[in-house]
Ligand binder design. Structure first.
Ligand code: TXA
Ligand code: MG
Length: 311
């Protein structure tokens, strides 16, 4: 059921049930982060491997102290600059966080989302929410309440409708697990923005065969249809029957484009909905032109590369 009833969402979450929640990045599949049985239901509903830890969402700074044992100075600066917002920080967890949330790791991913309804929900609850993106493992993330229902109906109590997600790609993940910060996933906060706050570039570790974030898996966020990527600025490809061309900016010869105005912000906002809409089973390859490799464009290109990758 899709609903805008905040009180019903509070009731269901308090009863240990799963609720789809809007955030500014993508929709999440939420449960009480301090209730291991409720968290286990998330893994089951998503068909998510148990080695893949969940992000814990908080509604106010005061919650931080009981969830983590230390906050490095640079992490504090990043929180001050970007919370609430699309940034997840990986910090040493306290005993309060059940091991199932972090897949047994001593560190937990934390973020304070910016979506007003998500914030109100979190501030109405006496516990934080564990929430991965509300899609079956490995598929495109949802950016509307209907996307969540399309794939998880029957597996959750309700989806709280907060309209289309504004940012459209997931949060940027910065890990402090090894002391100095490292970017594990590109997302709604750009490398340039992190650099500006910390006064130095942060190294990244975005792809691995033994990933610490499955968003680091070479194939992830993948539709069923084949995707071929074109460098930014490429000319229109010649298409065979059934194939689709999606340029980065609107073009008279193309029905669809990634952005509506040539900006990476628009491309990020539209990306996952577009991939879902064009993912009909009989269709041939879609040729997608990449974003310029800067700012939010880097996160868009990261998602496109993983969506295009075939294992
Ligand atoms: O924008 C977002 O971050 C969305 C919304 C719902 O908040 N959530 C999201 O969750 O994208 P999910 O589970 O789809 O991706 C979270 C990533 C996973 O790849 C996971 O491995 C990584 O974060 N992660 C979480 N906790 C971690 C930890 N303790 N150490 C390393 N990676 C962690
Ligand atoms: Mg995900």
């Amino acid at each position: 059921m899709i609903s805008s009833d905040l009180h019903e969402a509070v009731r269901q979450l308090s009863a240990g049930k799963l609720v789809g929640i809007p955030t500014e990045t993508v929709y999440g599949l939420a449960a009480n982060a301090l209730n291991p049985e409720a968290v286990a239901c998330i893994f089951e509903a998503k068909n998510r491997p148990s080695f893949d830890p969940l992000i814990v969402h908080i509604g106010q700074m005061a919650e931080l102290d009981r969830l983590v044992t230390e906050v490095p100075e640079q992490a504090r600066h990043l929180m001050e600059a970007f919370w609430p917002g699309p940034l997840t920080l990986i910090l040493r967890k306290s005993e309060l966080i059940p091991d199932i949330v972090t897949s047994g790791l001593p560190h937990v991913g934390l973020r304070m989302p910016k979506h007003p309804l998500a914030l109100r929900l979190l501030q109405s609850l006496p516990f934080p929410l564990a929430a991965p993106s509300a899609n079956p493992f490995g598929y495109v993330s949802p950016t509307t309440a209907q996307h969540v229902m399309d794939q998880l109906e029957g597996k959750l109590a309700l989806v709280l409708d907060g309209g289309p997600s504004q940012v459209g790609v997931e949060s940027t993940i910065v890990s402090f697990a090894e002391g100095s910060p490292k970017v594990l996933r590109l997302g709604g906060i750009s490398m340039e923005e992190l650099h500006a706050v910390l006064g130095e570039a942060i190294p990244s570790q975005l792809s691995q065969s033994q990933p610490s974030a499955p968003g680091q898996l070479d194939s992830h966020y993948a539709p069923h249809r084949a995707i071929a990527l074109l460098d930014h600025g490429s000319a229109a490809p010649s298409l065979a029957k059934g194939e689709t061309w999606i340029p980065f900016a609107p073009h008279p010869a193309a029905k669809e484009s990634l952005s509506t105005d040539g900006s990476a912000t628009s491309a990020a906002h539209r990306l996952f909905a577009l991939l879902r809409r064009l993912d009909y089973p009989e269709a041939a390859t879609m040729f997608v032109e990449k974003a310029p490799e800067s700012g939010l464009g880097r996160a868009v290109n990261d998602r496109l590369m993983r969506a295009a990758h075939r294992a």
